[in-house]
Design a protein around this ligand. Structure first.
Ligand code: FE
Ligand code: CA
Length: 513
C-alpha cells in the first residue's frame, strides 16, 4: 500500500505540473495489480512458416489463485525484429479473462519464414520479460537445419531446473517437451524444495501447481529462448492414469482429469484450436519444419487402453511376467483408433526428409529377464505391444523417410534401434530412438537399467544416473544427438556436459555405427 500511495502522489504531482496525461492512466491501471503481473514469464509455441503462438498469464499473486478478480484485463503484445523493439512488425491486444486464469494465447500470423523475432507483453504499465521466437522454414526451402532440444519430467521437489538454463543457453530453434511438466505427488525423501500445497485435484489446485513450477527462473528462460511443442504424460493429471481410469480407481477421476487438462492448456503455449468444440483437448498434430522435418506430436495417454494386469484392486502400472496374457492381447490401443488412423495418413502423406515421432515414453522393447521369465513394465509401450507393432507396421508401409522416435518418461537416456518387428533382431532396423532423461525427476535403479541394457541388444545406450536433456542437430544428410547431463540436479548452479553423442545418416535407418 505505501508504494501505491507514493506512486499515486508522484503521478498526481506530475499531472498538476501539466506533464503527460498517459502517466495518470498508467498509474490507475498499475494500481490494479498487487504484485508484478508477469510473474510466470512468457512462452511461444507451435511455430509455422508464418507465425507462432504467444503465451503469458497475468498472476500478481501466482501461488494463491493469481491475485486477480473476475474482471477481464487488456494485455498488449508486440513482435519486433530487434530486442529493443525499435522495429515492431506486429502488435495487438488480447483479453485476459478470469475464466482462463487470465492466461492469453495469441496466434501471431503474417510473419516471414525462417526468422527469429522478439516479443513481449504489457498491461497496466507493466512489461513482461522479452521472449525470442522463430518461424519455421517455408515448405520449399531446401537447406534448412533444425536444432531441436528434447526435455521431459521435471519434478520440482526432486531437483532444480539447471537443465533448462543450459538448454536455453544452447539457443535451440525449437524445444519438444514430452510430458510430466508438473508432478501432482510428493515423496518425502531427497527433496531440494517443496510443493507446499497438497496433491491437486481441483482446477484451482492444478492452477497453483502450474504457477509454482512456472515461477522457476530457469524454466522461464527455456520458454523465452525458443518456441515449444508440448505433449503431456500422466503427471499433468495423476500418476499412471490410463484414458479414463486413475490408478486409485477413483470414480470421480474424469472430473479430476478435466481439471488437470484445463490447467495444462491454460499454462502452455498451445494453439487455441487444441481445445475442440466438444471439450476434447486434442494435443496430437503434425508440425512441419520446411522440407527438412515433420514432427508428429502424439498423445499416448488420453486415449489408451487400461494397463494390463494391474495389482489387486488397483489401476495403474505393474511389472508383469509371461503369465500376464492380457499384455499381448490384440487391439489393446495406446493412441486410440482416431489418432492411429490420423497418424497412418500423416505417415503416408509425408514428403519430409526426416520424420520425427515426438511422444511420451520408451518405444524399444525393454524386457528384464528374471528367474520367472522376462518381465515388462506395463505403463510404457512394452505394456501395449500390439499397438507398438501396429504403429511400426504403419510407419514401414508408408515408406516415410528417415524416421526417428523421440521420447521421455523413464528418467533415463535410452538410445536404441527399433526393428520393424520389435524385439526380432532378424527384422530390418526401421528407426533410431532417442529417449531423453528427466530434467529433474529422480532416476531409476541403476541395476535395473543395466539389466535391461544387457538383455536387449537393440538398446545401445542406457543410463539413468543423471538428469538433463537431448540436443538434436538435424541437417539434410545427418542427425546428431548429444545427451546433455548435469553433474547434479541438487544444485541450481550445476554444470552440464555431454555424456555421449550418436548420429543417424539419412538413407540408412537406425543409428550410425
Ligand atoms: Fe516422469
Ligand atoms: Ca510419466
Amino acid at each position: 500500500m505505501p508504494d501505491r500511495r507514493v506512486f499515486l502522489r508522484r503521478a498526481l504531482a506530475l499531472a498538476a505540473s501539466g506533464f503527460l496525461a498517459p502517466a495518470i492512466a498508467r498509474a490507475r491501471s498499475r494500481a490494479r495489480f498487487s504484485g508484478y503481473p508477469f510473474s510466470l514469464g512468457v512462452a511461444s509455441g507451435s511455430p509455422t512458416a508464418t507465425g507462432f503462438v504467444l503465451w503469458t498469464r497475468l498472476a500478481p499473486e501466482p501461488l494463491s489463485g493469481g491475485g486477480l478478480g473476475p474482471e477481464s484485463i487488456e494485455v498488449r503484445w508486440e513482435i519486433a525484429d530487434d530486442e529493443k523493439f525499435s522495429r515492431v512488425v506486429k502488435r495487438g491486444t488480447a483479453s485476459a479473462d478470469a475464466s482462463r486464469a487470465h492466461a492469453v494465447h495469441v496466434e501471431a500470423e503474417g510473419l516471414e519464414p525462417a526468422r527469429w523475432y522478439h516479443y513481449r507483453f504489457t498491461s497496466g504499465g507493466e512489461a513482461s520479460a522479452v521472449g525470442r521466437a522463430r518461424t519455421a522454414p517455408g515448405a520449399g526451402a531446401g537447406d534448412e537445419r533444425l536444432q531441436l532440444a528434447l526435455g521431459s519430467c521435471q519434478h520440482y521437489e526432486q531437483g532444480y531446473f539447471a537443465a533448462h538454463r543450459h538448454l536455453a543457453a544452447e539457443s535451440p530453434d525449437l524445444v519438444a517437451f514430452v510430458g510430466d511438466y508438473i508432478y501432482e505427488s510428493s515423496r518425502r525423501s531427497g527433496r531440494v524444495r517443496e510443493h507446499r500445497t497438497p496433491e491437486p485435484r481441483t482446477l484451482a489446485q492444478y492452477r497453483d501447481r502450474y504457477a509454482l513450477y512456472k515461477t522457476d527462473a530457469d524454466l522461464q528462460a527455456a520458454h523465452a529462448c525458443a518456441p515449444w511443442l508440448v505433449t503431456w504424460d500422466d503427471h499433468e493429471v495423476a500418476n499412471d492414469y490410463a484414458g479414463d481410469r486413475g490408478q486409485d480407481l477413483d470414480p470421480g477421476f474424469l472430473a479430476r482429469r478435466a481439471a488437470g487438462y484445463r490447467a495444462c492448456f491454460e499454462h502452455l503455449p498451445f494453439r487455441p484450436s487444441v481445445l475442440r468444440p466438444d471439450g476434447e483437448y486434442r494435443l496430437y498434430g503434425t508440425h512441419a519444419w520446411g522440407a527438412l522435418a515433420s514432427l508428429f506430436v502424439l498423445d499416448d495417454r488420453q486415449y489408451r487402453a487400461h494397463q494390463a494386469c494391474p495389482r489387486r484392486s488397483r489401476g495403474g502400472s505393474n511389472v508383469v511376467g509371461p503369465d500376464c496374457e492380457e499384455r499381448t492381447r490384440e487391439g489393446r490401443t495406446m493412441l486410440g483408433a482416431a489418432q492411429q488412423r490420423w497418424l497412418d495418413g500423416e505417415f503416408e502423406a509425408s514428403k519430409s526428409r526426416w520424420n520425427l515421432i515426438v511422444q511420451q515414453t520408451l518405444m524399444a522393447p525393454a524386457g528384464r529377464p528374471t528367474a520367472g521369465g522376462v518381465q515388462h513394465w506395463t505403463d510404457g509401450w512394452d505394456g501395449y505391444p500390439w499397438a507398438r507393432a501396429r504403429l511400426l507396421e504403419s510407419l514401414a508401409r508408408s515408406g516415410a523417410a528417415n524416421p526417428v522416435v523421440l521420447g521421455g518418461d523413464v528418467h533415463a537416456n535410452y538410445v536404441a534401434n527399433l526393428h520393424a518387428r520389435p524385439g526380432d533382431a532378424r527384422s530390418p532396423v526401421l528407426a533410431a530412438e532417442f529417449c531423453g532423461t528427466s530434467i529433474s525427476s529422480s532416476g531409476p535403479n541403476p541395476k535395473v537399467v543395466a539389466a535391461i541394457r544387457d538383455a536387449n541388444p537393440h538398446i545401445v545406450h542406457a543410463d539413468g544416473s543423471r538428469r538433463g536433456y537431448v540436443m538434436l542437430d538435424i541437417g539434410r544428410e545427418r542427425l546428431e544427438a548429444r545427451l546433455r547431463v548435469l553433474d547434479t540436479a541438487a544444485r541450481a548452479d550445476a554444470a552440464v556436459s555431454t555424456a555421449a553423442t550418436f548420429a543417424v545418416i539419412a538413407g540408412r535407418p537406425g543409428l550410425a555405427a
